[in-house]
Ligand binder design. Structure first.
Ligand code: ITT
Length: 190
């Protein structure tokens, strides 16, 4: 089954490909001729996932899905949340985002956080949403080089290492995106 994944994030693409396996052929934005950044103007993850998926459906008429993900930190009232990509700067500067997060949490005892992924699927013109969540804590310094984004700072509950210290398979087995994609598979196979 062919389906377009509306992302420009190559890390996401490889994580999702690994979970979806061989039964689905993931087509990239570039392969369907969409080279521009899709504007993420929504106020919530749900809205942005929907905006990205609808953009692709309107342009191509193909079955597609989009993921919007945010890191929600309890002591920061849920920030950076929907602004996770542009927390420190206008771009996707992972290093600067992590530095800012550590700075904001300096001296803070409560370091509880969660990653949340919302996926919007459009199939046959009908849209459905699923989500995946993983709870954890924000470390006091970066560790590990795997993954991307806030992974070097996020220690999922039940583990003593960050996502960036895990293999892609280990992260996918418990992560927000792994869980959301498992729900997506249920929709696609249902
Ligand atoms: P697309 O919109 O093209 O899919 P993006 O990088 O803009 O890619 P999001 O808006 O969904 O993706 O993600 C916002 C940011 O959240 C992203 O830039 C990372 O900093 C962070 N993020 C998302 N998923 C993550 C993960 O699995 N691990 C660590 N950080 C993550």
């Amino acid at each position: 089954m062919k389906i377009v994944f509306a992302t420009n994030n190559l890390h996401k693409l490889s994580e999702v490909r690994a979970v979806l396996g061989d039964s689905f052929e993931i087509v990239t934005l570039r392969e369907v001729g969409i080279t521009e950044d899709i504007p993420e103007t929504g106020a919530t993850l749900d809205e942005n996932a929907s905006i990205k998926a609808r953009y692709v459906y309107e342009r191509t008429g193909l079955d597609c899905f989009a993921d919007d993900t945010g890191l929600e930190v309890e002591a920061l009232g849920g920030a950076p949340g929907v602004r996770s990509a542009r927390y420190a700067t206008d771009g996707h500067d992972f290093k600067a985002n992590n530095r800012k997060l550590l700075h904001e949490l300096e001296g803070t005892k409560c370091r509880r956080a969660r990653f949340r992924t919302v996926i919007s699927l459009i199939r046959g013109g009908v849209e459905q949403q699923v989500e995946g969540v993983v709870n954890g804590t924000i470390a006091t310094e970066e560790s590990g080089y795997e993954g991307f984004g806030y992974d070097p700072l996020f220690i999922p509950d039940g583990r003593s290492v960050t996502f960036a210290e895990m293999s892609a398979d280990e992260k996918n087995a418990i992560s927000h995106r792994g869980r959301a994609v498992a729900e997506l598979v249920k929709l696609l196979k249902g």
